[in-house]
Design a binder for this molecule. Structure first.
Ligand code: PXP
Length: 245
């Protein structure tokens, strides 16, 4: 059974719109767990646009297992992660102007910075996953740097404009997952996944974890977090029938 990591950043986005106290992402994490979430994922960004330091500390206490902290390799954030000790840190690229994480981390170009951050996290006992594009060079370098897992980014698949393009991107995800499996890396997927496109990626052999945020939080606004998570778990089980077959 593939694990579902529910990314609750956008619950905090709504709170930060008024710089107030509600809705509290901590409450939403509890409801997501009740709905069947296997992991809770949060991104402590350097600009603190949604998740705040206080959230990270409280969530560490409330989520006993499988707290996944997305983070950049910035020294300040690495120090927080080493102190809080999430169950997993997922290293992602970060640019201030972007709306959300755009593209995978270029671990080939930034080997030293990524390697240094990983060393500190490993010394603190935190397992590391690297968020990378579906690209064999990035996956190979992730293995060389000592990552336990790669989160292969699914944005190009999710944003495909035609059936042909979507099938091509799905094939690329299959190939990348196969390559990661050969390198004995755990395989996670994330970015842009929703209730319609999730079933197909659940058919990719070896996938162990999905991290999904926006679509679940968007549905939760209307139907509540527990139900939104339950419905995503149901969507993950739906049999995928390729439209091209
Ligand atoms: N995985 C990673 C590494 C991310 O940065 C994000 C966005 O925060 C997600 C998954 C979730 O993406 P989405 O909100 O599009 O489901």
């Amino acid at each position: 059974m593939i694990r579902l990591g529910v990314n609750i950043d956008h619950v905090a986005t709504l709170r930060q719109a008024r710089r107030g106290l509600e809705p509290d992402p901590v409450s939403s994490a509890v409801l997501a767990l009740l709905g069947g979430a296997d992991c809770i994922t949060i991104h402590l960004r350097e600009d603190r646009r949604h998740i705040q330091d206080r959230d990270v500390h409280i969530l560490r206490q409330v989520v006993p297992h499988h707290l996944n902290l997305e983070m950049s390799v910035a020294e300040e954030i690495v120090a927080i992660a080493c102190a809080v000790k999430p169950d997993q840190a997922t290293l992602v690229p970060e640019r201030r102007q972007e709306l959300t994480t755009e593209g995978g981390l270029d671990v080939v170009a930034h080997q030293k910075a990524v390697g240094d951050a990983m060393k500190k996290l490993h010394q603190a006992g935190v397992e590391v996953s690297l968020f990378v594009d579906p690209d064999s060079r990035q996956i190979e370098m992730s293995k060389l740097l000592g990552a336990k897992a790669v989160e292969i980014q699914t944005a190009r698949y999710a944003e495909a404009k035609s059936v042909i393009e979507r099938e091509r991107e799905l094939a690329q995800l299959h190939d990348s997952a196969d390559f990661a499996r050969q390198h004995r890396l755990h395989i996670h997927l994330g970015h842009g996944l929703n209730y319609e496109n999730v079933a197909a990626v659940c058919q990719i052999p070896g996938v162990e974890e999905l991290n999904i945020g926006h679509s679940i939080v968007a549905r939760a606004v209307l139907v509540g977090m527990e139900r939104a998570v339950r419905e995503m778990k149901e969507a993950m089980l739906r049999c995928y029938v390729s439209r091209s077959s």
